[in-house]
Design a protein around this ligand. Structure first.
Ligand SMILES: Nc1ncnc2c1ncn2[C@@H]1O[C@H](COP(=O)(O)OP(=O)(O)OP(=O)(O)O)[C@@H](O)[C@H]1O
Ligand SMILES: [Mg+2]
Length: 239
């Protein structure tokens, strides 16, 4: 089966600074793939480059068999990608309900209702807090809202940037459990960026390690978890 997402030789720059140095990466239909790496490695840049901002300078990005490298961001998202960006970026003054509707994009009301029911099944907490303003939710609830909002567009590929950031271990387990359940029940394909390498590699089918803008290792989650150099750099004392 062809990969749902395939990056080949992708570079990206911020002015003169090169943040991605020829990245090759694949995500197959139905997989959870994680990208781990230290602060500043370029993980968020990679996610954003897939969405078209910043634009890849070299290389190609293919999604569902088509070259999306030069498409406008809204065109890329329309093809069935959704992103929950780093730092959650929910709308703090809008209610939970309004935040979710913002994620529905062009969908018809009936379809948005169905998508919302799926989000509530995954995160019942959000249903209890529909009328509450996003900014007053707890950190964990805000993360659920950010993921729920991304799911409202009914994506085929969900891009998650550091969903565990700043959350207590119990909440991290809840969020990761929800991602696993979603993938198992619906076959949703997920690309997960994480600094929490231990949890991410346990959840993911496969993983990539990004160091200084370049992929240095790839393998199954179990394979990467077992490697001494991964343990030393990303796991020991890190959780
Ligand atoms: N808008 C920007 N302008 C200039 N440089 C940037 C910009 N955004 C990111 N960078 C730089 O690009 C590099 C990669 O940053 P990026 O945010 O992708 O890293 P990251 O792996 O997501 O890190 P973290 O784990 O801290 O979120 C860093 O050196 C960063 O300073
Ligand atoms: Mg980041």
């Amino acid at each position: 089966m062809p990969a749902l997402l395939r990056l080949e030789g992708v570079t990206a720059f911020y002015g003169a600074i090169q943040a991605l140095k020829g990245v090759d990466l694949e995500v197959n239909q139905g997989e959870i793939v994680t990208l781990i790496g230290a602060n500043g490695a370029g993980k968020s840049t990679l996610m954003m480059t897939i969405c078209g901002t910043p634009r890849a300078r070299h290389g190609s990005i293919r999604y569902d068999g088509q070259d999306i490298t030069q498409l406008a961001t809204h065109e890329i998202m329309r093809r069935g990608l959704a992103q929950s960006p780093e730092g959650r970026r929910i709308f703090p003054r809008m209610t939970v309900h309004e935040n979710l509707l913002m994620g529905a994009r062009g969908h018809k009301p009936a379809e948005a209702e169905a998508a919302m029911a799926e989000v509530f099944a995954l995160f019942p907490r959000l249903k209890e807090r529909l009328a509450q303003r996003g900014g007053t939710l707890s950190g964990g609830e805000q993360q659920m809202l950010a993921i729920g909002r991304a799911l409202m567009s009914r994506p085929r590929l969900l891009l998650l940037d550091e969903p565990s950031l700043g959350l207590a271990p119990l909440v991290v387990r809840q969020i990761f459990g929800a991602i696993r359940e979603l993938n198992r029940a619906t076959g949703l394909t997920v690309l997960l960026v994480e600094q929490n390498a231990f949890q991410a590699l346990r959840l993911a089918h496969r993983g990539y390690v990004l160091v200084n803008g370049a992929i240095t290792m790839a393998g199954t989650g179990a394979d990467l978890l077992a490697r001494p150099e991964i343990r030393a750099a990303y796991l020991e004392g890190g959780h």
